[in-house]
Design a protein around this ligand. Structure first.
Ligand code: BES
Ligand code: MN
Ligand code: ZN
Length: 506
């Protein structure tokens, strides 16, 4: 990954290949303002940096990057100005997410560069952390499957130095360490999501989790097909039975000796979702390697929590299966006996995520955690409702749902609370089994949430994040978001663990 260093050095004197400064639209006024942190750079331009940039067409809007050659007096040969959007009020700091995105834009514009010094506005330690996160996330590139010239093409920005920070100050040091651990794990999730399904399948995913567990002091248990049969995991087995690659249930356990709370995270890990016998049409299956994004997020979050040594127990459950059509595949009309004992009539084999999650939720509930959060690319309906950048939050506890929404907001992840209307339950009544795996089409994201709710243990606080929209980005990169796997929800999960550790949540 891109290296990160803190520095008290002046922007003019530091040796770097590029200097990053922030520019913004003045509130109410016209023109362009240079954001704090870049005073020395502006001075080297004779106080005319804003005027120079304006002449070049810069406006300070979000997403904008402008490169200018440096005047004499600056060690770095190039100045890169990134737009921060509208400037805050005089005595207020820039919004952390605006800084995170601007840093990501700068890092992307500087791919192929060795070392860049960031002179963006840092009003508080949190701002340095946001800039570090944005730069490191923005510099991400997935090149494992490139060969020849394409592989040697300009690589990501190699080194980021944050000016205006104090490397010897405890708080700054901790912020940098947190940003590095968090982003390395988010990028690990992105790598897993981007890995093609011929290489990433339940067995290989479980092996990666086992290795990472060993490295970070996390206990890992893997239930293979035989163990799943023995345990009666009808949901996971049913979904996986059509594939040459047999399913797995992975349990990751991070424990802290002084922990007072236990958080269970459950991830949907469909390493490829063809739809099964209810096959998806062409146009709907090309990106379905992303259907393990929930499991990747849970895995990444548990490792990040372990690396940060948080005072909380976190258990991660990865429900891994490949959903394929074949002579052995589950059929529409089959009835599965789930881990919980409930029977489910499979009406649509493409509604497979809820089946693997149901078993994992029931199993996770047996340990009676203080809360369970599941993460899943569960429904196309949630994408229709909230778009490609926002995940939906459902829960059996309004306060918990609100907390998660606020936490997501705080870490810069877009989300929205969604209801679980009881009237949608009857659509899942089955003439044969206890329930069907499908209900009304309208409100399909909520129907899926209602299905999951029935497998959560009595009295356990639970939330469900449907990340089908933001998990995988198909458009052009923006801010710190690359094409492909995004690592959606990892920042929210880690912050939730931090809040749980500090006793701020119920
Ligand atoms: N993995 C899909 C949901 C999905 C859609 C994820 C788009 C990412 C992007 C899920 O397994 C699925 O196929 N859901 C069906 C459920 C339906 C058959 C009840 C859907 O949403 O159409
Ligand atoms: Mn599906
Ligand atoms: Zn799926």
């Amino acid at each position: 990954m891109t290296a990160l260093t803190l520095s008290t050095a002046g922007a003019a004197t530091l040796r770097a290949d590029a200097l990053v400064v922030g520019v913004a639209k003045p509130k109410g006024g016209k023109g362009l303002v240079v954001a704090p942190g870049a005073e020395a750079v502006d001075k080297a331009f004779g106080g005319k940096l804003a005027a120079v940039l304006e002449t070049l067409g810069a406006s300070g809007s979000e997403g904008e990057v402008t490169k200018v050659p440096s005047p004499s007096g600056l060690k770095a040969p190039v100045v890169l100005a990134v737009g921060l959007g509208t400037a805050p009020e005089k005595d207020e700091d820039y919004d952390a997410e605006a800084l995170r995105r601007a840093a990501g834009n700068a890092a992307r514009a500087l791919s192929g560069t060795k070392k860049a010094a960031f002179a963006l506005p840092i009003g508080a330690v949190e701002d340095a952390e946001a800039i570090a996160e944005g730069a490191l996330l923005g510099a991400y590139a997935f090149t494992a499957y490139r060969s020849g010239d394409a592989k040697d093409a300009k690589g990501p920005l190699a080194e980021v130095t944050l000016l205006g920070t104090k490397p010897r100050d405890k708080a700054f040091k901790a912020a940098a360490e947190r940003a590095i651990a968090l982003v390395e794990e988010i990028n690990r999730a992105r790598d897993l999501i981007n890995t093609p399904p011929n290489d990433l399948y339940p067995e290989s995913f479980a092996a990666i989790a086992t290795a990472a567990g060993k490295e970070h002091g996390i206990k890992v248990q893997v239930l293979d097909e035989k163990a799943l049969v023995k345990g009666g995991y009808g949901g996971i087995l049913g979904v996986g039975q059509g594939s040459e690659h047999t399913p797995r249930l992975v349990r990751l356990a991070y424990t802290h000796p002084k922990a007072e709370k236990t958080l269970a995270l459950v991830g949907k890990g469909i390493t490829y979702d063809s739809g099964g016998i209810s096959l998806k049409p062409a146009g709907h299956n090309e990106t379905m390697k992303c259907d393990m994004s929930g499991a990747a997020a849970v895995f990444a979050a548990v490792v990040a929590v372990a690396r940060l040594g948080l005072r909380v127990n976190v258990t991660g459950w990865l429900a891994l299966a490949e959903n394929m059509p074949s002579g052995s595949a589950v059929r529409p009309g089959d009835v599965l006996r789930m881990y919980s004992g409930k029977t489910v009539e499979v009406l649509n084999t493409d509604a497979e995520g809820r089946l693997v999650l149901a078993d994992a939720l029931a199993k996770a509930s047996e340990e009676n955690p203080d809360a369970i959060v599941d993460v899943a690319t569960l429904t196309g309906a949630m994408v229709l409702a909230l778009g490609n950048r926002t995940f939906g939050i459902m829960a059996n506890d309004d306060a918990f749902r609100t907390s998660i929404h606020e936490i997501a907001e705080e870490v810069g992840e877009q989300s929205w609370p969604m209801p679980l209307p009881a009237d949608l339950r009857k659509g899942m009544d089955s003439p044969t089994a206890d329930m069907a795996n499908m209900g009304e089409r309208m409100g399909g994201g909520l129907v899926a949430g209602l299905f999951l709710k029935e497998f959560v243990g009595e009295g356990i606080t639970w939330a469900h994040l449907d990340i089908a929209g933001p998990a995988f980005h198909e458009g052009a990169p923006y801010g710190y978001t690359p094409k492909g796997g995004t690592g959606s929800s990892v920042r929210t999960l880690v912050k939730l663990a931090e809040r749980t550790a500090s006793g701020d949540l119920g």
